[in-house]
Design a binder for this molecule. Sequence first.
Ligand SMILES: Cc1cc2nc3c(=O)[nH]c(=O)nc-3n(C[C@H](O)[C@H](O)[C@H](O)COP(=O)(O)OP(=O)(O)OC[C@H]3O[C@@H](n4cnc5c(N)ncnc54)[C@H](O)[C@@H]3O)c2cc1C
Length: 495
Amino acid sequence: MTVKTVDVLLVGAGAMSSTLAMILKQLDPTLKICVVERLKSVAKESTDGWNNAGTGHAAYCELNYTPENEQGDVDISKALSINASFELSLQFWSHLVKNKILPTPSEFINRTPHRSFVWGEKNVAFLRKRFELMSNHHLFEGMEYSEDFDVLTQWMPLVMQGRNKKQPVAATNMSRGADVDFGSLARYMMDHLETQDNFELLLNQNVEDLKRSSTGGWSVLLEDRETKVTSRIRAGFVFLGAGGGALPLLQKSEIPESEGYGGFPVSGQWLVCEDSEIADQHHAKVYGKAAIGAPPMSVPHLDTRVINGKKALLFGPFAGFTTKFLKQGSKMDLPSSIKGNNLKPMMSVGMNNMDLTRYLISEVFQSDRSRMNSLRDYFPEAKDENWRMEDAGQRVQIIKKDESGKGTLEFGTEIVASQDGSIASLLGASPGASTAVQAMLDVIEKCFSDRLENADWKEKLKTMIPSYGESLIENKTLLNDVRSDTLETLNLNIS
Ligand SMILES: Cc1cc2nc3c(=O)[nH]c(=O)nc-3n(C[C@H](O)[C@H](O)[C@H](O)COP(=O)(O)OP(=O)(O)OC[C@H]3O[C@@H](n4cnc5c(N)ncnc54)[C@H](O)[C@@H]3O)c2cc1C
């Protein structure tokens, strides 16, 4: 069996591994890095353009990031932290564009206004309150609000055409929102990495197992999915950036930190329209309010998309249930992930989330007609013949053991790392690829803390991400400086 030795092994070639590999390579070009991917090409699971919504999540339009409590108070703290994280991604991508590592920005990011749209008095009152709080913070400067039918018609003509003028409606507008083709972005990063010394990308290689190596670090067993030939890689540090496949690998690592975690898969579908005459009449991401019981990532939205350079409209996602953890995974993924240490948390989540269960059942059994009717809530004059259904990517929500031994269902992402920092994994999927830079910086801070003490790494991080180590939520001047630079570099300025 062939055995290789590397400094860093990244499992999975999606948004997360490509970002981590790129940051590490910039920090230390001599690091020997290998990425292994089970599919034949890069970024074909959740990161591919058609598998996600491509929203540059900055919390401009996603109403689930600003929850309202029973007293009617709106909490914007999550929105502030997501916005600040997205600014880090924009800074890193700008650095790569300026250094000609990424191509012209329109190949992967395009300015697309982010708008929230609601109807009904209660929802209008919520949106107004949300706007008042957000527009007072420098991160959300520039946000506009209107209840005027004519203004809304200018902002989103397809959404307003054929709508009852007597119904109370409201919307917010953020012109500097972005649509991101995360698949292209990851592929550009991998293309560049492949031109570098001390870097290797191995495709069609499934990580079957991993165990601590007697000489320190990890010994990882791979199988070629075509030839069935096995090989081994020894690595000082392993990152499990395997998307839905991260949980089973984390369990195989048997690190104590992995205990009690489980996964709850949620699949998705979109309605897609590629008729350019229709797509050209909508230029925004219009997010609405989620149905009761819907998981946060199932907020309906009508989106302008630019994927592989071509414009389309997407509506959805419609949630579904499968036992697969990856779109191209196995139906045994969920059953095989049930272990003695997560059985109780998983069962308690099943029993305590009846709203979600009811919601998923109703989504799974929804007819095509009912899906088109959901679209007509956002595009009243949509015609069946212009739309088709497409499968979206797979998300695995985190189930986590709480102090009482029961489970909680988490909708965010979490980095689980071993105490010695030799292995880390990313679980969960939201806010996702938009905040990959923040997530990977967290991995570096957890697992390369000794190297970070070195002034050289800190300086390099400051070059890549000028606001690194400082709070954009607190520092308005810094935010204005970095934002004006990234908007200019990435062509996201309002022309
Ligand atoms: C429906 C939907 C909508 C979304 N919308 C947005 C959005 O609008 N904005 C946003 O920012 N994010 C969004 N996301 C989330 C975003 O897509 C993900 O967070 C991100 O793509 C995850 O990247 P990743 O690299 O962790 O995983 P992935 O892209 O899934 O990559 C993991 C890779 O690991 C490989 N792999 C798995 N197991 C193994 C193994 N054993 N051996 C070798 N390789 C393995 C897989 O083949 C895959 O290529 C959405 C996700 C979904 C599903």
